[in-house]
Design a binder for this molecule. Structure first.
Ligand code: LLP
Length: 429
């Protein structure tokens, strides 16, 4: 059972060249650990498939926005896809190039627009007519012209979890497909906007290429109609969304997935076949770049049994990893150090938070004792990034491993930090 850069040697789970148990001794639990080699490997799969083609990669910062992760991608030459002023600041701080940033999101605020204009970013992906007008006003105010793409909702069923499908017409995202032509004309007529492309994003954890081809089909036809009316469009942003394995390789339940390289080439070939070779295709991958590059390490505090049900109560919780509680998402869970001579029994792996949805895995066969360490796999994407302080729980530390070296890339929060900005009322009696 393995996830590429996380592998078992003599019963010990290692990341690259370091046993994870050693990292726990140094940094404690709960602990997020990322492999630089895994990040690089995933990025290079995209980059190789894009080499010599008319394509660019914009890492979706929301998946994992730690500065060290962003810095690894910036050094590899990635562009970025952001959704807030905060993410813009992170990309800056991590050394990412502003002219390689696209700014997505349905609710861009005026200050965020100003900051993005000042940064001279690559492109705003505009999601509504009111946003077009707001951006035009802000650009006029700052004496600039904003490069924009229209994010269109192509009404495609991405066949994924409903909470992470984004490209159906009942979703809040993008401009309705049937209104896109009119929106393009509105945009082209606004003095401080420069319409340069179209964008779409159909969802996340998508495990086949087919919904992308459907989206491309519709989007390329739309580009043809808009260009026929005299508006030139230089790029198409196809969004992110390629899924990852949450079950270990070799498991019967492992998700059937296209290889990253094959996925990218299929899309680029399709764009060429449709006579759009001159058009730049932008990819905004998040999960497929970082998801399998990370684990969450946690220690078993107690084992307990309520009737027939056995629980392994661990020191990580839904505030550290919300995906199981939010989407009933499956994450593989394995011991960090395997025990011999103990028969596995089925446990629900649960945290200390006061919610019944606070579980990390259900009915998992584990041969464990109190005090043992568990690794929750597939925890590089939407994991730390979605963590919270619910139950006044300080967020976990994050570590990045590079060969034989481990670097603390985010300190564990302290309880004091959590209420540092709070104050009691000045009540006299
Ligand atoms: N571009 C846009 C405009 C997006 O909204 C997203 C993700 C991406 C790119 C990156 O998609 P990816 O390659 O990572 O699938 N919290 C959920 C996932 C939400 C995805 C939101 N949008 C989860 O934990 O599964």
């Amino acid at each position: 059972m393995s996830f590429h850069f996380f592998h078992v040697i003599n019963g010990h789970l290692n990341v690259e060249d370091i046993p994870l148990a050693v990292l726990v001794e140094r940094f404690g639990t709960p602990l997020y650990v990322y492999s630089r080699a895994a990040l690089t490997h995933a990025y290079q799969a995209y980059a190789r498939a894009c080499a010599g083609r008319n394509a660019r990669i914009h890492y979706a910062v929301k998946a994992n926005s730690n500065l060290a992760v962003l810095n690894v991608f910036a050094r590899l030459g990635a562009g970025f896809d952001i959704v807030s002023g905060g993410e813009l600041a992170r990309v800056h701080a991590a050394g990412g190039r502003a002219d390689q940033i696209v700014f997505s999101g349905v609710g861009k605020q005026k200050d965020e627009m100003r900051a993005a204009l000042r940064a001279n970013m690559c492109c705003f992906n505009v999601e509504s007519i009111p946003e077009l007008h707001r951006l035009n006003e802000i650009a006029a105010e700052t004496g600039m012209c904003a490069r924009i793409a229209l994010r269109v909702n192509p009404d495609i069923d991405a066949r994924t979890h409903p909470y992470i499908a984004t490209g159906l017409k009942t979703d809040k995202f993008g401009i309705a497909f049937d209104n896109a032509r009119a929106a393009a004309h509105t945009a082209a007529a606004l003095s401080h906007l420069n319409l340069v492309g179209l964008a779409c994003h159909i969802g996340s954890q998508i495990t086949t290429t087919a919904p992308y081809l459907e989206a491309l089909d519709k989007m390329l036809a739309l580009i043809d109609t808009i260009e026929a009316a005299g508006v030139a469009l230089s790029h198409l942003d196809i969004g992110g969304g390629l899924g990852i394995h949450y079950h270990a390789e070799g498991d019967a339940d492992a998700e059937p997935l296209p290889e990253i390289g094959a996925f990218v080439s299929t899309l680029l070939d399709y764009v060429e076949q449709r006579g759009h070779a001159q058009r730049t295709l932008l990819f905004e991958p998040g999960r497929s770049l970082v998801g399998n590059a990370g684990v969450l390490l946690t220690r078993i505090e107690y084992l307990k049994q309520n009737g027939e049900k056995r629980f392994a109560i661990v020191d990580a919780a839904m505030n550290d990893l919300a995906r199981p509680a939010m989407y009933r998402a499956y994450h593989e869970i394995t011991p960090v150090v395997q025990r011999d001579g103990l028969t596995p029994v089925l446990y629900d792996v649960v945290g200390p938070v006061c919610e019944s949805s606070d579980w990390l895995g259900r009915n998992r066969p584990l041969a464990v004792q109190p005090g043992d360490l568990l690794a929750v796999h597939g925890a590089g994407a939407y994991s730390f990034a979605m963590s919270s302080n619910y139950n006044t729980r300080p967020r976990a530390a994050e570590v990045m491993v590079d060969g034989t070296q481990a670097y603390l890339i985010r300190e564990r929060e302290t309880v004091k930090q959590l209420f540092a900005g709070e104050a009691c009322l000045p009540i006299k009696n």
